[in-house]
Structure formats: structure tokens, C-alpha cells
Design a protein around this ligand. Structure first.
Ligand code: F6P
Length: 545
């Protein structure tokens, strides 16, 4: 890929050289050797945070690495940039916006100088609207002849991934309302969901920051039609909207009294803390939702005040950046050893790749380094039986992250012990590997061929981080998500990119609006953007079908 024009230098030559030299040494010595040389390694590179314990000792972290990144941070004015972010400067420069989702979890904004005091008022107002709508809906639910059994949450990307995660993680087992999340325009999903619901006992919440997202609007319209087919005369009366542009929701036909708004300085993928989570809050309760916000606020405080050398957000981003840029790492894997966190990877994938998957610096010049790796993963132990082969013996180095919960919320202790045993064993195996000498010893009497023995070689020294939650409480979940948000921020500062816009998704959306009329019968034309011969050929084939 050729990127024209000269990049602004963000990673200075001296920092680059130091990191290249260290990476070379690290690759030659490996992590096991680091453990051998330092019997305090686990203590030195593990941190206890209120709600969780994080162990990065099984990575290439070292004092030297931390000191180079601390010097790098001084060069790029990291602390000032953090203050500008938390203080509400317009760090989303391409959209001329502040990025203030942190204000939603600490409305008093303790210890931070806000650049624009109006944001405080906006945060308080949006919280008041959220709470008032919550109580209003609860009141209405109590009065309904048929109790509500289902909520259909219509929204896509940041307007649903976080809410779904919160719902699944915190709903417990004893909940009376189920939430169905629909984002995709593919009506196979819609038809499937509607077949499980009944008009009389279903509530609809449409969530869209812009209220222009075509998938969301079309799904809402089809659901309204379905309500009519179920004998509900004025379906939109039962529809609620959560948006940063209430005028658009009203123009769509949602009654103003059913609209709850949030400030435009809350980015879509950072909006789980806002009324975007109304549906989840209706199921888990406001009290738990508040605890979730407080957990995040605690992490915000840590991020803002802990020295860089013991700041878990900074250190984790440092490792992400080091691996991506100096170990040629292309992807990072996240494995939740807790079924309730099954949507965590989808959530983090959007958070990190939509934020940092960019090839332009803040001033528009090309980046001078690698940005977001691919973020992927799954749920343990399922993934052990699918992708783990590649983690252990594949040709790419994939730093991985294991998230486990010490105390479960069920009493099948034997299951939980086995789950944790598996997670811990995987991190140990990734580090230890298995050499030929061990294989010869263990399989001395098995009559294996040389080839069969060699197939069992694992190089080991594959980095992993373990996050151990004491329990999956609302507080712990809040802290965990805030940790990932700040980690994403730090990486964006290292790479000098704007982590808060998403221009890369716009072109596809625009082209889709040009293809749509052709699929419904208008003549195929080469649009101004110029469709390529392959797309035109595919269009012809689709039309024939
Ligand atoms: O197309 C990407 C995106 O803008 C995401 O950033 C966002 O979370 C999602 O679409 C949904 O947007 P909206 O909330 O405006 O419907």
C-alpha cells in the first residue's frame, strides 16, 4: 500500500532506535528467561486494582521498556494530552468535538478542570432525562394489562454492543424481561426475533446517536408494521428513542415525550454509560447501573492520577504498541473465561479498531507507525477447541488476554474450578511451550516416530496477560470497560491519531445508497464515484437472480 506525502514524525528516531534494539534483545531472550533472571517478576508486574488483579508478567514487559515509553510520553506531551481529553478540549479535531463520556460516570468531575463548564450541565441534564424516562417507562409497565416480556433494542455498533454486554453480564438468572438486540439490516434476524415476541407484551427502544442510520430506521419501520399486523393501531406510541439528535427522532415520528437525549460529545462506541443503556437498565435496575458507572469512575481516577510506571491503562497500551510496532504483531486476542462476557470481544473490537484503525495522523499526514492490530477472540473453553492450536503453534505471534472471574454466581463449583483450571493452564502453556527434550522424556516408551515427536514441539514464550476479576459485579465491569477505553486513548496518543472519529465507514455507506436504487430496478450506471467492473458485474448477477 502506498501512502503519499511526508508523515509528521511522532515516534522520534531515538525512541524508535531504542525500541528496535530492545525488541531484538527481547526476541532473542524470551519471556521465560526474564522469569529465570528475576524471582520478583510476578510481584513487580502484577497490579491489584479494587475490582481486579492484572498480571502482565507473562509479556515482554521490563523496566527498560517502561522507561523508554516514559521518555516517549514526555516527548509527545502525554500528560498534557490526557488533561486535555479529560478536561473536555475538542480532541476529536476532525469533528470539532470534545470527548467527554467520562463525565457521565462522575458528574461532579472531581479533580479535573473542565474547559467548558456547560458540559457539566449537559451531563446532569442527560442523566436526569435518563432517570425520568426510566421511571416513566417502569410506571407504564406496571399499568399494562399484559406484562412486558420482551424489549426489542434497535441499534447498531456503539448503539447496541455495550448495552448488550451490560445486559448479558449483569442480568443474573432471575429476570422477567428479555432484551432482543437487532442491528443488522438482514431481516432473517428481525423475523427470527419477531417470531419470539407478541405485540401486546413488547416494548421497542430505538437507539441511534444520529437517528439517520439506515439499518436502525428500516428495522424500526418494519417493527412498527409488525405491531400493526398484531392489532396495535398506533405502534409508535409504544416506541422510545434514545439519541443525540432528538429532532431527527421526532421527524421520524417518535413522540417527544418518548425521546431521551444524550450530548453529542458522547461518541457512539463510548456511549454505554449514557441513556443508550436504557434497555439494560430497565432489566438490571438503576442501582446496579449506578454501580457500573462508579466502577468506571474509579478507573478514570487511576488513569488520571497513577504514575505512568504503575498506570495499568498506560502500561497495557504500551505493550500493545510495542508488540504491534516492534514485533510485527498483527492481531491481539481476548478470551473471556466467563460466559456472561460473551459479547466483550465484539464490544472491544469496535472500541479499539474503530478508534485506532487509522492511517492518518491528527494533522492529516500519513502515520509513521503501525496502528490498531486486529482485535479478536472468544469465550473459554469453547475457543480452546477451535483457534488455540494457532495461538500455540501458529507462525504468527499473537499476544493474548485472559479474563477470568474468581467467584462465580452459581454453585456448580466443580464446573467453575475446571473453567479456571483451563484458563490458567492455557496461559502457562503459552509461556512454557514444549521442547524436544521434554517430548523425548515424556514419550520415551510410546514408540513415536521422529516426525510425530517434532509435531509436538511448542516454542512457548508467547505473551499473555491475565485479568482476574474477584466477581463479575457492576463495579468490576465498569472498571474493566473504562480500563479498555483509556488503553485505547493511550495507543491513539502514541500513534498521534484521532481515536474519536470513524471516517473510514462513511464511503461504504454512501456507495450503498447509490447501489440500492439499482437493485430496485433503476438502470445500472457508473456513478460519479465510479463503480469498478467487478462490482458492476456482481450487480448484474444479483439483478439476474
Ligand atoms: O457506521 C459506524 C457508526 O457510526 C458507529 O460509529 C456507530 O456506533 C454506529 O455507526 C451507529 O451509529 P448511530 O448511533 O448514529 O446509529
Amino acid at each position: 500500500m502506498t501512502i503519499h506525502s511526508t508523515p509528521t514524525v511522532s515516534l522520534s528516531a531515538s525512541i524508535r532506535q531504542s525500541l528496535e534494539a530492545l525488541a531484538l534483545t527481547d526476541q532473542n531472550t524470551g519471556i521465560k528467561e526474564k522469569f529465570r533472571l528475576d524471582d520478583q517478576r510476578v510481584t513487580r508486574f502484577s497490579m491489584n486494582f479494587d475490582q481486579f488483579h492484572i498480571d502482565v508478567s507473562k509479556t515482554h514487559i521490563s523496566d527498560e521498556l517502561v522507561s523508554i515509553y516514559t521518555a516517549f510520553s514526555a516527548e509527545i506531551d502525554f500528560s498534557d494530552k490526557r488533561a486535555l481529553f479529560l478536561g473536555g478540549a475538542k480532541i476529536n479535531n476532525s469533528e470539532d468535538r470534545a470527548v467527554l463520556h467520562t463525565l457521565l460516570r462522575d458528574p461532579l468531575n472531581q479533580g479535573i478542570d473542565l474547559i467548558d463548564q456547560r458540559a457539566l450541565k449537559q451531563a446532569a441534564q442527560s442523566k436526569a432525562e435518563f432517570i425520568s424516562q426510566y421511571h416513566q417507562i417502569k410506571g407504564k409497565l406496571d399499568q399494562r394489562e399484559t406484562p412486558i416480556k420482551d424489549i426489542i433494542h434497535v441499534g447498531i455498533g456503539g448503539s447496541s454492543l455495550g448495552t448488550q454486554l451490560v445486559f448479558e453480564a449483569l442480568k443474573g438468572f432471575d429476570y422477567s424481561i428479555n432484551i432482543h438486540f437487532i442491528g443488522n439490516i438482514d431481516a432473517h434476524q428481525l423475523v427470527d426475533i419477531l417470531s419470539q415476541c407478541s405485540g401486546a407484551s413488547t416494548l421497542v427502544i430505538g437507539v441511534s446517536k444520529t437517528f439517520t442510520t439506515s439499518e436502525t430506521l428500516k428495522n424500526l419501520t418494519s417493527i412498527a408494521r409488525w405491531f400493526e399486523s398484531q392489532g396495535v393501531a398506533k405502534p409508535l406510541e409504544y416506541f422510545y428513542a434514545v439519541t443525540a439528535t432528538p429532532a431527527q427522532a421526532q421527524a421520524y415520528g417518535i413522540s417527544p415525550s418518548n425521546i431521551v437525549s444524550f450530548p453529542t460529545w458522547v461518541g457512539g462506541r463510548y456511549s454505554v454509560w449514557s441513556s443508550v443503556s436504557l434497555s439494560a437498565a430497565l432489566v438490571i435496575g438503576l442501582e446496579k447501573f449506578e454501580e457500573f458507572l462508579l466502577g468506571a469512575a474509579d478507573m478514570d481516577k487511576h488513569f488520571n492520577t497513577a504514575p505512568l510506571g504503575s498506570n495499568i491503562c498506560f502500561l497495557s497500551a504500551m505493550l500493545d504498541h510495542y508488540y504491534t510496532n516492534f514485533f510485527e504483531v498483527k492481531s491481539r486476542a481476548i478470551f473471556a473465561y466467563d460466559y456472561r462476557l460473551r459479547s466483550l470481544v465484539d464490544y472491544l473490537q469496535q472500541l479499539e479498531t474503530e478508534s485506532n484503525g487509522k492511517d492518518r495522523q491528527r494533522d492529516g499526514s500519513p502515520v509513521d507507525q503501525q496502528t490498531s492490530p486486529v482485535v479478536w477472540g472468544g469465550v473459554g473453553t469453547d475457543v480452546q477447541h477451535s483457534v488455540f492450536q494457532m495461538l500455540h503453534q501458529g507462525t504468527s505471534l499473537i499476544p493474548s488476554e485472559f479474563i477470568m472471574t474468581r467467584t462465580p454466581d452459581h454453585d456448580l463449583t466443580d464446573h467453575h474450578q475446571e473453567l479456571l483450571a483451563n484458563g490458567l493452564a492455557q496461559t502457562a502453556a503459552l509461556l512454557a511451550g514444549q521442547d524436544l527434550e521434554t517430548i523425548n522424556r515424556v514419550h520415551a516408551d510410546d514408540g513415536l516416530s521422529e516426525a510425530a515427536k517434532k509435531a509436538k514441539i511448542f516454542s512457548g514464550d508467547r505473551p499473555s496477560t491475565t485479568i482476574l476479576l474477584e466477581r463479575l459485579t457492576p463495579n468490576a465491569l465498569g472498571a474493566l470497560l473504562s480500563f479498555y477505553e483509556h488503553r485505547t486513548f493511550c495507543f491513539g496518543v502514541f500513534a498521534n491519531i484521532n481515536s474519536y472519529d470513524q471516517m473510514g465507514v462513511e464511503l461504504g455507506k454512501r456507495l450503498a445508497t447509490q447501489v440500492k436504487p439499482m437493485l430496485s430496478g433503476e438502470p445500472i450506471q457508473k456513478s460519479a464515484e465510479g463503480f469498478d467492473p467487478s462490482t458492476l458485474n456482481l450487480l448484474t448477477k444479483v439483478l439476474k437472480a
